[in-house]
Design a protein around this ligand. Structure first.
Ligand code: NDP
Length: 296
């Protein structure tokens, strides 16, 4: 029997718990506030930002929407971030990626006050995570840890293969999994585009986290019986649908599900968790900044 891991349901539970914490903070006059900054008008980014705002609204978190023209000088973005850093009513600041080519992405990540960096991408927060003292865990890998908990999977001692080494998914996932703490203690192999014989690596894994951005890169023949599969990938492929495309993961679902003891679907697996954990970090940021303890 294969368990289909229901990310929507797990995320709904987390949001429900957060609602109480938001009420506590709001009751003390400290309504959590998340500011998003979007430079340019990339349609996918616009969709992500509007989803984040809708999520906030649902929970009673205040959301600020800062928009900057895509052709504006980079300084305009830095000035906006500086203003949000300095505003005591704002608890979380997030710059939607990607930024236009003329803007230095690393400089943007560094411009955000680390205490307000609810994405967890500021070098100080990356360093703290690596050092085992995370302030804000990046949303996608943190969400995946919550999915493990939801199926009572303790990664300790397990062979976990992470496919992908991006700064937002692969690397922080691997770093969290090797920590000497609950939710960690795994033996981790990180694969990427230069990995030779990916199938040999994934076949040896108890758990595979696929975050390569390559449609259906991993199929059942690359997996061992009883493996747990977490599919982070969200890829648009041409299809005979109304929109002309469909979303598929990095895992070929049907054949992988035949081997897996548990697997996440796409959509409805990791995606809802990423969204929920941003709300979690915003609540955590507010609690830290205002010195008001809440359940998290
Ligand atoms: P990136 O493009 O930043 O990184 C992809 C990684 O996969 C790179 O490290 C790359 O290697 C590696 N890779 C590419 N091709 C292969 C291959 N054939 N074999 C092994 N490794 C390979 O992607 P992200 O981490 O940002 O995102 C990954 C996927 O997850 C995307 O589909 C994205 O849309 C999705 N995503 C989903 C989220 C969610 O909430 N569901 C959140 C974030 C992302 P190299 O470093 O050598 O180039």
């Amino acid at each position: 029997m294969t368990t289909v891991i229901d990310g929507k349901a797990v995320a709904a539970d987390i949001r429900e718990q957060l609602t109480n914490s938001v009420e506590t903070l709001s009751g003390e006059g400290e309504t959590p506030t998340l500011a998003t900054v979007l430079m340019g008008n990339d349609p996918a980014s616009e969709t992500y930002v509007s989803m984040k705002h809708r999520d906030c609204e649902e929970l009673g978190i205040e959301a600020r929407d800062v928009r900057i023209d895509g052709d504006a000088p980079a300084d305009e973005l830095f000035e906006a971030v500086e203003n949000l850093n300095a505003d005591p009513a704002v608890n979380g600041v997030l710059v939607q990626m990607p930024v236009p080519d003329h803007v230095d992405k690393q400089a943007v990540l560094q411009s955000i006050d680390p205490e307000k960096d609810v994405d967890g991408f500021h070098p100080e927060n990356v360093g703290r995570l690596v050092a085992g003292d995370a302030r804000y865990k990046p949303c996608t890998p943190h969400g995946i840890q919550k999915l493990f908990e939801s199926i009572d999977l303790d990664p300790a001692g397990k062979d976990v293969v992470v496919v992908g080494r991006s700064d937002i998914v692969g690397k922080p996932m691997a770093n969290l999994l090797i920590q000497k703490e609950d939710g960690g203690n795994a033996t981790v192999t990180v694969c990427h585009s230069r990995t030779e014989d990916l199938a040999a690596k994934t076949q040896a894994a108890d758990v595979v986290v696929a975050a390569a951005g390559v449609p259906e890169l991993i199929d059942g023949s690359m997996l061992s019986e009883g493996v747990v599969v977490i599919d982070v990938g969200v890829n648009r492929v041409d299809a005979d649908t109304e929109k002309g495309y469909e979303l598929v993961g990095d895992v070929e679902y049907e054949s992988a599900a035949e081997k897996a003891s548990a697997i996440t679907p796409v959509p409805g697996g990791v995606g809802p968790m990423t969204r929920a954990m941003l709300l979690y970090n915003t609540v955590k940021a507010t609690s830290r900044q205002e010195g008001i303890p809440v359940d998290l």
